[in-house]
Write a protein that binds this ligand. Sequence first.
Ligand SMILES: Nc1ncnc2c1ncn2[C@@H]1O[C@H](COP(=O)(O)OP(=O)(O)OP(=O)(O)O)[C@@H](O)[C@H]1O
Ligand SMILES: [Mg+2]
Length: 319
Amino acid sequence: MNASTPTILEVRDLKKAFAVRRGFLQRTGGAIRAVDGVDLEIRSNQTLGLVGESGCGKSTVARLILRLLLPDSGLIRFEGREITGLDEREFKPLRKRMQMIFQDPYSSLNPRMTVAQSIVEGVRMAGIKSKADQRRRVEQLLDMVGMPKASADRYPHEFSGGQRQRVGIARALSVAPQLILCDEPISALDVSIQAQIINLLKDLQRDLGLSYLFISHDLNVVSYICDYVCVMYRGRIMESAPAKVLFESARHPYTLKLLAAIPGSKETVPADPPIGQKKSVPAAGCAFFDQCLEGNEKCLERPPALLEVAPEHFVRCWG
Ligand SMILES: Nc1ncnc2c1ncn2[C@@H]1O[C@H](COP(=O)(O)OP(=O)(O)OP(=O)(O)O)[C@@H](O)[C@H]1O
Ligand SMILES: [Mg+2]
């Protein structure tokens, strides 16, 4: 990534905990630190990948950025402006500049609305007033995502998963956003369709100058589409680097484990610690300690800081 490229989104020390409710009476019993001090930066016209196992907090980061959730603390700066402290009225115009694409486009498309009805709402928000111009814009958006004009008057259930995702993307584009948060946008699709959607996202980025946060489990796809990658584990960024650096010279034991698990990888998957030598997560130390084959006294006592080990390559590990 070119360090001189402007930053569109900056997140600093973002935190969000959820109360855990237990038992029949749903009493509060502690909290899950879903996002536990996350820092990240998305550069203009680039794609930042966010990877990590299920439950590590990826979607929560996206929801906090879009203010579908409010953070406990931390800072989010969008296009140079801090947005964390804005009230709903101040945030409203920014909603148009950030959009989300979901794994299941059904969740963002109303099944009782035609495609045109779903998309026109955003077109109106983008300031297009006349009905004829709105219709033209809907058709143009459908064309941009590779759907025929005639699909405007059909309903979501009439389409395949890939076509529905295209409609979901057209809907996200309808407000003319700058930043799109893609939360597992292809993981529900057939493998044969996945590449088409990825290439569509790439083309749209090039043509419209979009920036993406790309959340995915599929590291092959991440290496193909992302400029920079953050690896998340239990609410924290463990390693981040330009994509090429991460895939060629990752340093964190957790990243190495993820990379070794890629189908077709030449690396061997590091074994889990043998039974009997299983460690527990120390209250004060490294969150990866129980899974790590290395690990020393220091890892038990203090959480490692995210240190820059090479230009733009950060690692949270004492090893
Ligand atoms: N609204 C909520 N209330 C309580 N706990 C929540 C809530 N949302 C998320 N969590 C918890 O926070 C943690 C992080 O969840 P999140 O959905 O961000 O993970 P994720 O990395 O997106 O996982 P996946 O890859 O499965 O989508 C999980 O333990 C989850 O159960
Ligand atoms: Mg998720």
